[in-house]
Ligand binder design. Sequence first.
Ligand SMILES: Cc1cc2nc3c(=O)[nH]c(=O)nc-3n(C[C@H](O)[C@H](O)[C@H](O)COP(=O)(O)OP(=O)(O)OC[C@H]3O[C@@H](n4cnc5c(N)ncnc54)[C@H](O)[C@@H]3O)c2cc1C
Length: 415
Amino acid sequence: MKHTDVIVIGSGLAGLTAALASARQGKSVTLLSYGSSSLSLNSGLIDFLGYDDSHKAVKSPREGIMGLPETHPYSKIGMEEIAEAVDFFRDFAKEYHMPYHGSLDKQILVPTAVGTLKPTCLAPHSLAGSESLEGKKKIVVAGIRGLKDFYADIMVENLKKSLGDDLAYETIEIETPLTGGRDITTLDVARWLDTPEGVDSFSKQLLAYKGKKDTAVIVPQVLGTKGHACYLTVSSRIETDIVETTGLPPSTNGLRLNAMFRQALRDNNVEIVENTKVIGSKCEGKACKCVIAEAGVREKTYTADKYILATGGFYSGGITMRSFDQPEEPIFHLPVYSVKGEENWSNEQLFSDKPQGYAKTGIMTDETLRPVDEQGQHVLENVFVVGRDLGGYDLCFEHSGNGVALASGYKAAKM
Ligand SMILES: Cc1cc2nc3c(=O)[nH]c(=O)nc-3n(C[C@H](O)[C@H](O)[C@H](O)COP(=O)(O)OP(=O)(O)OC[C@H]3O[C@@H](n4cnc5c(N)ncnc54)[C@H](O)[C@@H]3O)c2cc1C
């Protein structure tokens, strides 16, 4: 049985951040990883707070966060640590050659694949939408032949509404050798762009816009899978601003971020144990003594001084619910908060100006991110809860998913 200072359970953005921040404080860390996280689905943009309680767009996430109720995870984490987490992330992203733009003080507006604008706080250069589009007179939307779920004409129609129809718009279609009877995904194209032939062909097809400073070229999220390398090559060849959109999964940028974190974890000697589902724990009083994981055909026990639970809540199996109104956390059996009464559970309209009651389901903590019961008493002293396992916020409604994951992962590492 191996003992480390810290065990992190779950390798989404919250777990990856907690593991890296712990390792950088000189702790020995084991990361128990099972399944692909929501980084393969999400844009890899770090949204801190896009909308307030009445679904009004938040201009300054910093100010918006300060007005949140005390039950919200950000209120537990505290502004000082949220700001430190932003600096930690930006420094790490820069060190691993995919620098992120932005701050807590204003939103970057990133074009989606249908031409609406999505607010976010931190975005890599290739996705820094409004920062690159500002002052442009012409927008060129480059579709890719055979790429599913990206229609340049629809995008232009919606961009006219969000950016204004006084700009000039043009659509073009990039040819690729990626044919063969099935629709292609952004990830297929990104892998082609990882090759010298791919990047040559792609850049050549954009040469008509070379050096046009008043023009920006918008492309789906296809600029390679390896950090920023492809974005820099294409930008330097066409000498025109190039902007990626968000899009449907798989998310190339989420996968870039995932790869970058995993490299950093290896560089910081974090032991990553893949395909390991934690199925339980042994606790004495208020201390967790070990966690038990399924490892192939047998069970394995891991011990640490501190455990960080980052199993992704309802969406990733970190919280389950077999009977209505009785959500469960299956590893430590922590108390799970949820709204009471079926009528408050969901709002009939999936996308509306009202949050979904069920979305706030999760574990409540104190300011140290240790789990607490209904009376606010610690349940376990050496377990910390992060990311989507936390209760009291609706990440889809308020656009705060990766922000909470990053800030809570960072704070739990410091505790
Ligand atoms: C389609 C989609 C798009 C999104 N887009 C954005 C966006 O653009 N911007 C933004 O800020 N947020 C976005 N979000 C929200 C964001 O993805 C999450 O809120 C955030 O990344 C959650 O991170 P996490 O680490 O808490 O959980 P997850 O990413 O879900 O990771 C949890 C991990 O724990 C593992 N796990 C679960 N149980 C166990 C176990 N027993 N043992 C071991 N491992 C276990 C899971 O397999 C998973 O890998 C999006 C979410 C979705 C679904």
